[in-house]
Each structure stands twice: as structure tokens, then as C-alpha cells.
Design a protein around this ligand. Sequence first.
Ligand SMILES: Nc1ncnc2c1ncn2[C@@H]1O[C@H](COP(=O)(O)OP(=O)(O)OP(=O)(O)O)[C@@H](O)[C@H]1O
Length: 823
Amino acid sequence: MDGETYATYTSSRRPTGLDLFASSASMVTGALSGGYSYYTLPGFRFLNVVRIVFLVDIILGLTLWLVDLSTASFIDAFTSYSITTSFQDLGLMTFLRGVLLFMFFTSMEDYYMQILDDELNDALHRKRYAMHTFVFIISIVCLGFGVVKGVLVLLVYLQVPTSLTDVSPTSFALLISFVVFSVLEFLFACTSFCFMRRLADMRRPRNFDSTGLELGEDGTPIRTKGDLRRLLGLAVPDIHLLIIGVLSLFVVSGAMLGAPLMFGKVVNAASEPLIPSQPDPLLTVIFTLLGLYIASALGTMVRGWCFNLLGVRIVCKLRKDLFANIIRQEIGFFDENKTGDLANRLATDTQVVQDVITRGVREMTNNFIQIVGSLVFLIVINALAVGVMLTIVPVVVICFIVFGKVMKKMRQQFQADLAAAASQADEAISGMKTVRTFNSEAKLEHAYSTTVDKSYGIGRTLSFVSGCFEGLISFLLYGSITLMMWFCGSMVRDGKLKEGDLTSFLLYTLTIAVYFVLMTSVFGDLMQGVGASIKVFELLDRRPEISNTGGKQLPELQGVVEFKHVQFHYPSRPDTKILKGVSFTAQPGEMVAFVGPSGSGKSTIISLIERFYLPTRGKICLDGSNLRHLDPQWFRKKIVLVGQEPTLFAGTIAENIAWACEDATMADIIAASKQANSHEFIERLENGYETMVGERGASLSGGQKQRIAIARAFILNPLILLLDEATSALDAESEHLVQEAIDRAMKGRTVLVVAHRLSTVRNAHQIVVLDQGRVVEKGNHDELLAMEGVYKKLVIRQLASAEQNSSSIGNGVINAESESDSD
Ligand SMILES: Nc1ncnc2c1ncn2[C@@H]1O[C@H](COP(=O)(O)OP(=O)(O)OP(=O)(O)O)[C@@H](O)[C@H]1O
């Protein structure tokens, strides 16, 4: 991708075959050599919301219109038209209005998109205004007509209630629906200016390579982020569980759906007289009801088992994959991401994903089946009343979309704040000794409370928003139910509906209401789960910037380490150059020591040899081959690093020494530990080599940990040994012994050492003196002393301070930090 440029926007036409309701309306922006590129708009945008409302309006309007339509009434409506008694006009207007507005709004968005790339085109501007004018006129005319007609019908009804007895309830339902949609569409027309202007900020370019793989801004391939579809996709490997779960869900829902029908039959059967020769109808109904409940109980058992198992399996796999991907990341990633944050993703966020799958999917499907099934039963009992209730559908749909989006975003923020709090707690608890030393409890408590309060702030708003959502939906719902009850009650009074049917009808209506309210709450949870899953998927999709696998393996390794004009800055601090053209060569059998002030880049050199980071310029070579191209899995077996604060893992001392050498025998472990001068102290411990080291080696002293780490390195018999102040915590005697062991063990091998002690440094074959990321002197101890430069100053200063402090004599510590300070 480097150096390639995207052609500018050339066409505003949509790619052919684009689905009107595609999640993104795409505009071809130009050709990319070998690939292609276009703009996309999010699926959730003004035009698509408007389109959904129009579709519902058309379908509902036509249904209510056609239910009552006959040729005679159609002709009648036009020959003897009366605004208060004819309702055919509404059906016709609904259809025409829906189709016209659908077309005009679609063209409007198209013109706005074209204008973004051709601002001075007056014709486009004129067309845009024409569209606005058309939609405004159509919507205001329809609204005016609907309101006038509604008011007149109401007045007529109030004056002479019997005058409207010939008018069917469907016509009233059509009138209500017409007015409701007219209001909505008028609002769309008024706000269209504002929403269409937002397209400029909403459109996003999408770039694809020649293979169709989507590329990110930096030109690297990206994968899709978290959404509900992807979340559900996690269940695909366990599809058998999902199928059994959904089937049993159908059994449960079906059985529960049949219950209200049976209740109605109970009422009807109870009111019928018993015929002696025939079976008791009441008992028949009761046994059927019992059968339904047994089926429901069995289904509930299987359903619960399958969905819970599915959730547990998914979360296990997700955790394993996530952990595997986290530990595969380059070291720079861990500089930028806190431990607590990552641990939180693994523990909490994955749990949320499990909840979405077990509870969310199960409940949503169940609720959906209950609602649709109850609707079907209601339509069978009385279709007309259902039409009245359906007028709230568009409003409910809009509420779902808007609230869903808001809650998803808030939940994402909420999870991020929780992760930050977890990270703070992790940092504080793991550094408890430092916290106690500096009396920082109050400070940390305050910082933690502030972060928790931040998440509380969002949680509070989130609770309010979901409360409003549930309240609004339940108001709409119960309002429409009350309307329907009035309607059905009148029918029973007029003898058009049986009492038993009314009972079933009311129970189905209540079922719909209850499940709808439940669905709003589950929907909120589902959207929150999707929000939480975004971070999980981001982490799951992240590809390490420095690959941990693949590359060349050399047939044989001698151990020559070479730095050629290496420049480097840490990815987290791109503006601070740490190494500014470092060059040196370490030959096999040679010990190279790095000295210099604190912060001069000594440890950074060691990290670069381990390929924790890649140099920004220059080359690091191993036996002449660029380290960048070698297989890290292979060369890390040849190179072993021992740091100043080595990490021990929870387990025994023996396990820690044999950590990277699985086939090591106890004899190997003891030999390595003798070499590292740790055998004696290990033997003195109560359980010897079987002593547990505690979390991160907490039950051992710094020097003991260092010696175990050195034994862990010795057992691997590495070709290149990197010691980064690995003996700094040892007393002079132990250090001397370990140093001797290193000298003995490393014959023919390469040792690179960062040390402050003169005793370590003076024996090195080559000493590289660093200052502010540059090599200022190079040579052995004697050569450097003869140079009368920085090294000699360091030595003199140390000898002087050693004289002042007799306890330091013999240690000869080169206190580079004091040098740094004096600089
Ligand atoms: N992970 C990191 N991310 C960003 N900057 C870092 C990182 N590690 C070290 N640095 C910076 O790089 C510079 C060199 O650090 P380095 O640890 O290599 O110095 P050093 O010579 O080994 O110092 P010392 O003797 O104190 O250990 C320092 O300014 C340090 O702040």
C-alpha cells in the first residue's frame, strides 16, 4: 500500500445491485491500483429509519384498507363521498404518500451525497431543495387532512353517537394509523435538513485490496469489529446445542401459547351444561392443559441445560483464544495496555458475552415467539382489534433503534471505565509495599474512587435511559391494550364475541404486554452485551506488530551479535529517540559490557537483541543475518535473558529452574543451581527444591530470585547470554562466584552484560560506553582507561566514593546514576 494514492471521488452513483436496506449505502470513490475504494454510510441512519417507517405505514394502511374493501364500497366512496363516513380515501392516500415519500427521501440523500463532491453544482442544489419541498408539502397536506378528518369524525360521534354505527372498526383503526404516521412523517420532513447535513461526517471511506480484504487507515488488513451477528457466530461450532435449545424453546413457547386458549375453553366449557352420554368437556380441556404444562416443563429443562452449556463453552473458548492472542502481542503492546485492563477483558467482558448468549438469545427468542404466536391467536379470534394495536409499531421500532444505539455506546464506555478501575486496583495491590512505604493509601483510595465514580456516573445515566425506555414502551403498549379492551368489551356487549373468547383474547393481550416489556429489558441487556463485546473482539482481532512466529532458521549459530547504526524509539514514545546510531560487534566467546548513565539505553539494547522491539533504523544481525528476518521461536532458544528483577512463576523452585527446559532431570536442576551459587540456600530451605516460591517469587529475597533466574538460564545452556544487571542484588562474594561460573560456562559463547559493578565490567573483553543513546567509547578496561575519557571518569569517581565508604571497597560500584546527575 505504501506510496499508493486513492483516486479522488469520481462518481456518486451507487454500485449496481446495492440493496436499498444494505447496512451501508456505498458510493464508489475511485480506483485503487490492484484494489478498490468507496464511501459507506452506516446502516443506522436517518434514511433507513424513514424507510422502515414508510414500509410499516404502507403495509398496515393497505391491510386495514383491504380488509373492508369491496367494489361496492369503493365505488360508493367516490360517488357519495363524505369526509366523516368515507374511509377509502385514507387507504389510497396512505399508499400514495408512502411510495412518494420513500422515493423522494431516497433521492434526497443521493443528491446530498453528490453535492459533497460537487459543491458548486447548482443543479444538484436545486434538486435537493425540490425534494425537501415535495416531502414537506406531501407530509403537511396528509397531516392536515388526517387531523381535520379525525376531528370531524369525533365531533359527529360526540353529537350523534349512533350516526357512525355503520362505520366498521377497521376504518377507525385506519384513521388512527393515518394520523399517527402523518405526525411521524411530518417530523421527518421537518428534521430532514438537519439529518441530511450530517452525511458529510457520517460517510467513511472503505479500502479493499485486490483480494477483497478490507484495509485499515494504515493500509493493513482489518477484520470486522464486534456486533450481534458476530457474537452469535460464536455459537456456530456448538450449533447442535443451539438447535436443541431452540427446538425446546419452541416446545416451551408453543405450550405456553396454547394455555390462554385453554383458559378460554375452560370458561366456555364451564358455562355449557353437562350431557350425560358424552365426556365432560371441562375435564378434556383440563387434561389438555396439564399435557401442555408437562411439555413446557420438559422443554424448559432441556432449554436451560442447552443454553447454559452453550454459554459456558463459548466463554471458555473465548477466554482461551483471547488469552492466546494477548500473550502473542509484541512487548510494545504491553507498554501501552495495563495488566488490570487486560485481566478485566478476560474475566468480566467475556462473562458479559456469555450472558448475552445464554440469557439474551434465549429470552429474546422466547419473547419473540410468544409475541408473534399470541398475535396469530389474537388475529384468529378478532383481527380487527389487532389492527388497532398495531398502530404503535412504528413508534416502538424507532424507540428500539434509538435507545439500542445509545445504550450500546454507554455500555462500551462503562466497560472501559470498569477496566480502568480494575487496572488501578491491580497496580495498587501488587505494589502494596511501596504504597505503605509512601503512605499513599489515601491518595490511591481517592484515585480509585474517582474512577469508580466515573463509571457510576455512566451507570446512573444508563439506568435512567433504560428505565425511560422500558417506561415509554410499557406506556405505549398498555395504552394500545386499553384501547383494544374497550373495543372487545363493546363487541361482547353487542353479542359479537363469546365470553370465553374474550378471556382468551385478554390473556393473549396480556401475554403480549408482559413479553414485550420483558423484551425491552432483555433488548437493553443484549445491546449492553454487544457494547462490552466490542473490546473483546478488538483484542481478539489484534495482530501483533512484531510477529512471534515464522522467519528464517540458520543451519548453525556461532553467536556473533552485531549492531549496525541502530536507531530506536519506543512505540509508546515516538518522539523520544533512545538509540541514536549504535554500532558494535560481540564475537563468540567474548563478553561485552555496557556501561553509562541511567537512561542511556543499555537495557534497550538488550531488549532489541531479544526482538521485543524492532529498530527504527539500522540493523541488528545474528551471524550476519538480520534479526528481523529470523524465526524468533528458534533464536530465543539460543539466547537467554536474565533481568534485574526476574519473574518467577507460582510453583516450586525446581519447576522454576526447569521452566523452559521440560526434559531437565533433577540432576540437571541441581547442577545448574550449583553453577548459579543457589544450591546452598535452596538446600537450607525447609522443603529444598520443592519449596513454593509464592506469587512472583514473593517469598524469596531479591538475591535469591536472581540466583534462581541465573540457574534457569544456565540449564538451557544458551549460546548467547544477556545479563541485564542480573547480579545487582547479590552480595560481593555471591556475585564473584556467579561471575566465575558465568566465565566458566560461557567458553565459546557470547555474553552481553549490563552492569554497574567494576568487578563485572573490568573482565569484559569489550566495554561499550553509552551516553544519551550514543556509543561514546569502546574498548577493554585498560584501553578505555588509557583513553582518559568518560569511562575513566566513571572509574575514578567510583574509586573515590569507594574510598570514602570503606564498605564499598572491593565492590567498586560504578554509580552511573551520579554521573547522570552531574551531567
Ligand atoms: N517500555 C518503555 N517505553 C517507553 N520508554 C522507555 C521504556 N523503557 C525504557 N524507556 C526509556 O528509554 C530510555 C532508556 O532506558 P533504558 O532502560 O534502556 O536505560 P538504561 O541505560 O538501561 O538505564 P538504567 O541504568 O537506569 O537501567 C529511558 O529514558 C527510559 O525512560
